[in-house]
Design a protein around this ligand. Structure first.
Ligand code: MRU
Length: 347
C-alpha cells in the first residue's frame, strides 16, 4: 500500500452504519452544527430519510437503498422485497445510483432460495457498499494524475465522503491531489439552497487539513477572472450515454465559466452513475423540490411571505464542456459517448 493510499483510508466518516436489523444514518441536514443519527428499521424509513435529505449524494443514496432492500428481506419473504423496491425507487428521481442499486439487489433477491434471502441480501448490500468505497480510491488516484502541481481548484456541492461510501468522488480526487502535491487550495461553492458546499464539503476539507476558502455560488466567475484557478472538479448524479453530465444545480454555469476562461472541467463518478439507457442529458429527469427550501435558509425566511420560487435540484452540463470524466474503469477523454462506452467496457 502506498503512503497516499494509506492516508486516503484514514478517518472514514460514519455516515451510515449497518447494524444488521437497522441502518443508522447521520442526519446531514444538521451538519456541521450537530451530530445526530436517525435509525431506519424498514425500507420505508430508508426511503423517507433519502427523500428528506437526511442522507444524500448519488453513490450514498444507492448504498442506503441496497441496505433498505436488505431490511425488507429480514423475514425471508421475496414479496416484501418486491413491495419495498418501488417505495425506495420513488425516493429521489435524478441520481441513477439509486436505480442501479435497486436493480442489482432485485437480481440478488430473485437469484436463490427464499430461505436464505435475508442473509444473501445483507451480504450483497455490504458488498455494494464496499465496492463503492474501492471505486472512490481508484478514481482519486487516477484523477489526481490529471492535475498539474499546486493546482487551485473549485468544487461544487458535496461530492465527498458524506456523499459516498469512501473518500468521495470529486473530493476524493482533491484529497489524493493534496497528498501528492497536485492541489494547493480549494474553493468550494456554498451551493444554494441546501448549502452542501459550506456545511459539508468545507467541513470535510477542514478536517482533512486541506487549505480551503468558501465562496458563494455567484463568486466563481470573478474568482476565475482575477485569481489563478487551474481546474473545476465536480461529481455527478447521472451521466447519459452521450456523456452529458447531470449534477447539482449550478454545475452547468461553472462549466460554461470554465470553458470561457480556458480552465479544465473534470467530472469524477463511478460506473454506477452512468446511465447508458438514457441517450442524452435532455432525457434525464431533473428533481424539483419544494420552494420552501429556497425561500428560507436553515429555517429562517429570506423572501417575502407568500413568495414563489423555483427549486431545480440539478442541471445538465453538455459533454462538450467536460474535459474528462474520471471513472474507476479509467478516464473518459474526450468526454463523448464513444469513449465513455469504450472505457466502461474495461474491467
Ligand atoms: O441533492 P444532493 O445533495 O443529493 O446532490 C448531490 C450532488 O449533486 C453531488 O454532487 C453528486 O451526488 C455527486 S456525489 C459523489
Amino acid at each position: 500500500m502506498t503512503k497516499t493510499t494509506k492516508s486516503l483510508r484514514e478517518d472514514p466518516v460514519r455516515h451510515i452504519v449497518w447494524r444488521g436489523s437497522r441502518l443508522d444514518v447521520l442526519d446531514q441536514r444538521l451538519l456541521p452544527r450537530r451530530v445526530k443519527y436517525v435509525s431506519c428499521r424498514t425500507a420505508a424509513d430508508v426511503a423517507k430519510a433519502t427523500k428528506d435529505m437526511v442522507l444524500r449524494g448519488a453513490p450514498l443514496i444507492g448504498c442506503a437503498a441496497a441496505y433498505g432492500m436488505a431490511l425488507a428481506a429480514r423475514r425471508n419473504r421475496l414479496k416484501d422485497v418486491l413491495a419495498a423496491e418501488p417505495v425506495l425507487r420513488r425516493a429521489r428521481p435524478t441520481a441513477v445510483n439509486l436505480m442501479h442499486a435497486l436493480d442489482h439487489m432485485l437480481a440478488v433477491a430473485r437469484n436463490g432460495d427464499e430461505r436464505s434471502l435475508s442473509k444473501r441480501m445483507s451480504a450483497a448490500a455490504v458488498r455494494y457498499y464496499r465496492d463503492d468505497l474501492a471505486y472512490n480510491e481508484t478514481m482519486a488516484l487516477l484523477g489526481a494524475k490529471l492535475l498539474k502541481k499546486g493546482s487551485r481548484v473549485i468544487t461544487h456541492c458535496n461530492a465527498g465522503a458524506l456523499a459516498t461510501a469512501g473518500i468521495g468522488t470529486a473530493v476524493g480526487m482533491i484529497r489524493a491531489g493534496f497528498l501528492t502535491g497536485k492541489v494547493s487550495h480549494v474553493y468550494p461553492c456554498e451551493t444554494r439552497p441546501y448549502l452542501q458546499g459550506s456545511r459539508l464539503t468545507l467541513w470535510e476539507l477542514m478536517q482533512a487539513g486541506i487549505p480551503a476558502t468558501l465562496i458563494t455560488d455567484n463568486m466563481a466567475a470573478h474568482l476565475m477572472k482575477t485569481r489563478k484557478i487551474d481546474a473545476v472538479i465536480v461529481g455527478s448524479d447521472r451521466i447519459a450515454a452521450n456523456a452529458d453530465v447531470c449534477n447539482k444545480i449550478g454545475t452547468y454555469g461553472l462549466a460554461i465559466l470554465a470553458k470561457h476562461h480556458g480552465i479544465p472541467f473534470y467530472v469524477v463518478a463511478p460506473s454506477t452513475t452512468v446511465d447508458l439507457k438514457t441517450p442524452t442529458g435532455e432525457r434525464i429527469p431533473i428533481e424539483e423540490r419544494s420552494s420552501a427550501e429556497v425561500v428560507s435558509v436553515l429555517g429562517a425566511p429570506i423572501a417575502p411571505k407568500g413568495a414563489r420560487a423555483h427549486h431545480f435540484a440539478f442541471d445538465v452540463t453538455p459533454h462538450r464542456l467536460v474535459t474528462a470524466i474520471v471513472t474507476e474503469r479509467g478516464v473518459v477523454a474526450p468526454a463523448d459517448g464513444r469513449t465513455l462506452k469504450k472505457v466502461l467496457s474495461h474491467r
